[in-house]
Design a protein around this ligand. Structure first.
Ligand SMILES: [Ca+2]
Length: 102
């Protein structure tokens, strides 16, 4: 019985130390484009913030699993308060860029 209590105490202390070092994250928010939450058909999204068009404001680039499409949401706001336009698939030579999964 005594060893069980010791094991539980050690476990609780270890969890306490682990949680003390864990990052504290803010509550998640839905990112909007054109005034509506961004909704992609199938999950596995890969978002990144980058100044795609060189205007000094970070835009949103989102890779999606379905069809390997990459969507660009240009930022008309600021980096602190972004306002994204409707997303458009990235193109090269007039063709939508599609990447194979995997
Ligand atoms: Ca930009």
């Amino acid at each position: 019985m005594r060893s069980c209590i010791a094991v539980v105490l050690v476990t609780v202390l270890c969890c306490g130390f682990c949680l003390a070092d864990a990052p504290k994250l803010d509550k998640g928010v839905r990112i909007e484009a054109n005034g509506a939450p961004i909704d992609i058909e199938i999950g596995h999204l890969v978002p990144d913030a980058v100044d795609f068009n060189g205007d000094g404001r970070k835009d949103l680039v989102v890779g999606q699993f379905k069809e390997g499409c990459i969507r660009l949401y240009l930022n008309e706001g600021t980096d602190a308060a972004p306002v994204f336009k409707e997303g458009k698939p990235l193109e090269a030579a007039g063709q939508v860029i599609k990447l194979d999964a995997g």
